[in-house]
Design a protein around this ligand. Structure first.
Ligand code: CDP
Length: 226
């Protein structure tokens, strides 16, 4: 019999630490990390570069033809477009400003979900997948589901540090407004809105050290997969 992979789903708000937590948890457990947001960002970058209309079928087809895919690396997967590593390029402000609109398109979501499910199958040992709808839509049977939250100001500070920007009160305020606008858009869309799965464990990371939040998820995983 084919073993189904062990799946850890980490969802949450923008800048709540999903990706960094998922990467560290994957490393601890010897699992692979799948960053679903990086794929939505790759589709957004391709749509912007291609100058195509905001049409799900068109953008999904563009993604298939380039193609946009997740390429296996030593510690997980990274997004590639036409064979080029785009993991840095997709973090740009222009992509961030447009990604919520692109990710609201059902055809784009189907394309991303297909890539995620195939990548998970490639890794029978297990994957840690982070995003907005992983525990609700993409892998509803995941044995471990976590929903990360943190205060908007703390999320803004983390995102500024992550982007190598200066952390001063004005920047924190405008970054927090950007994050909250994206959260509002992601939470109110009709398809796969950002919402905690009913069986997800909520972890508020506002005052947690990074190592602590990683340890909490690892502990949940060890219990679930024991
Ligand atoms: O890292 P950050 O919190 O800024 O966001 P991300 O995980 O890179 O995701 C970027 C955007 O992709 C989100 O704001 C959502 O609009 C979309 N997304 C989604 O709709 N569903 C997912 N599973 C992951 C991301």
């Amino acid at each position: 019999v084919q073993m189904s992979p062990s799946i850890i789903a980490i969802d949450g708000y923008a800048g709540s630490g999903k990706s960094s937590t998922a990467r560290a948890v994957a490393e601890r457990l010897g699992f692979a990390h799948l960053d679903s947001g990086s794929l939505y960002r790759a589709f957004t970058l391709a749509a912007l570069d291609g100058g195509v209309p905001l049409d799900g079928e068109v953008i999904a087809a563009l993604g298939r033809s380039l193609p946009i895919r997740l390429a296996l690396t030593v510690d997980g997967f990274r997004p590639e477009t036409a064979g080029v590593d785009v993991s840095r390029a997709v973090r740009g402000d222009r992509v961030t400003a447009h990604v919520s609109a692109v990710s609201a398109l059902p055809a784009v979501r189907d394309a991303v979900n297909l890539i995620l499910r195939r990548a998970a199958e490639l890794h029978p040992r297990g994957v840690v997948v982070d995003g907005r709808d992983i525990g609700t839509v993409v892998f509803p049977d995941a044995l471990v589901k976590v929903f990360l939250i943190a205060s908007p100001d703390e999320r803004a500070r983390r995102r500024l540090r992550q982007d190598g920007k200066q952390v001063d009160p004005d920047r924190v305020q405008s970054q927090a407004m950007n994050l909250e606008a994206r959260d509002a858009a992601d939470s109110s869309r009709p398809v796969a809105p950002l919402v905690a799965a009913t069986d997800a464990v909520e972890i508020d990371t506002t005052t947690l050290r990074f190592e602590e939040q990683v340890e909490r998820v690892v502990a949940l995983a060890r219990k679930a997969f024991a």
